[in-house]
Design a binder for this molecule. Structure first.
Ligand code: FAD
Length: 311
């Protein structure tokens, strides 16, 4: 990006542009080279201005949440990384219609809201339906893109509508019936990573007993504490579970727990977690991923597909 373009970009952003920004600081894997620029966007008009500017000047861009499901290349990203700031993190409880029925409670969440804050807020509000997100890191925006889920539930079960901003700056709200989700995927977004920014979502909540909601969340938290590696950077489950089986089980029976490539390792605690045990590069993780895929396919005939997104 030349100096004139850099100056023009800086004038459009409300916060200082971070040039040559190391993306390892923005991912839970703690891996990744620099982005040409990183901008924290605080309001809709700013986001619209930036997207139009990127289109006019053919600048590559990508939006990320908390980077908890992301492997960023060692070379980084030749373009602008956008992050949604606090201005996109509001939570509201909406009651629709004249009669207040249990199932009429809709939760309006800004895409930047963390799942932790959303989950805690639902407990405070006595709203059930989202307990399954307890302990999943990341933002609700990233969770919608991933159709994140746990314990047999997923975001698609509770989405009422989503609001996106297109690359031309248009704001569109799409209702659940217009959206296609699959296991850990929002199909409509699959080939649209540089076409939309998700800015908000409406979710269905059900009024319920606060103590029951709280204890279910705590139970889910505890299960995670026991099952998942602690204190080592990772991106959660690395592979999608194949139908009717668990990727972790297949990797474990192939004897791959503890396998290493450089600083990347198959977690000895949970085989579907590839962890950065210290100084891992993206190349290390990719090589380890391939080794796991080859061995599991040889042993079981099953091809493991990554769940994490690559940048
Ligand atoms: C310890 C650990 C446990 C985990 N457990 C689970 C689990 O149980 N279940 C589960 O499903 N996942 C799990 N994950 C994965 C991850 O936390 C979720 O997928 C999370 O919802 C991702 O949110 P994020 O904000 O970090 O998204 P990111 O990783 O930042 O982004 C994910 C994708 O969404 C895109 N994106 C993000 N925000 C937007 C936006 N506003 N508009 C458009 N595109 C966007 C990014 O470009 C990227 O392609 C776990 C991860 C960790 C580290």
């Amino acid at each position: 990006m030349d100096a004139i373009l850099k100056q023009a970009l800086a004038s459009l952003a409300s916060s200082p542009v971070l040039w040559d920004c190391p993306l390892r600081d923005y991912t839970s894997f703690a891996i990744g080279g620099p982005a040409t620029a990183l901008i924290v966007v605080e309001e809709l008009a700013e986001l619209q201005r930036l997207l139009v500017f990127f289109g006019e000047h053919k600048i590559q861009w990508r939006i990320i949440g908390k980077g908890t499901n992301l492997l960023v290349s060692d070379a980084g990203f030749a373009g602008v990384i956008l992050l949604l700031g606090k201005g996109f993190g509001a939570l509201h409880r909406i009651v629709r219609g004249n009669t207040v029925k249990n199932d009429d409670v809709v939760i309006q969440a800004g895409a930047a809201c963390s799942l932790a804050r959303l989950g805690g807020w639902c407990v405070d509000q006595g709203l059930s339906g989202l307990e399954f997100i307890a302990g999943i890191p990341g933002t609700i925006g990233g969770a919608v893109i991933m159709n994140a889920g746990a314990w047999g539930r997923e975001l698609a079960d509770v989405i009422v509508s989503v609001t996106v901003v297109t690359s031309s700056g248009q704001v569109c709200t799409l209702s659940r019936s217009e959206l296609k989700f699959g296991y850990r995927i929002w199909h409509d977004h699959e080939h649209a990573a540089e076409e939309w920014v998700l800015i908000g979502v409406e979710l269905q909540g059900v009024v319920a007993d606060q103590n029951q909601i709280r204890s279910l969340c705590q139970a889910y938290h505890q299960k995670r504490q026991i099952k998942q590696p602690k204190g080592v950077p990772n991106a959660g489950s690395f592979f999608k579970n194949p139908q009717g089986d668990a990727a972790g089980r297949l990797i474990e029976v192939s004897g791959l727990k503890g396998l290493r490539v450089g600083g990347a390792m198959v977690s000895p605690v949970h085989a579907n977690f590839l962890v950065n045990s210290g100084g891992a590069t993206a190349a290390n993780v990719l090589e380890l991923m391939e080794k796991v895929q080859v061995k599991v396919q040889t042993d079981s005939g099953i091809v493991l597909e990554p769940e994490v997104h690559f940048l």
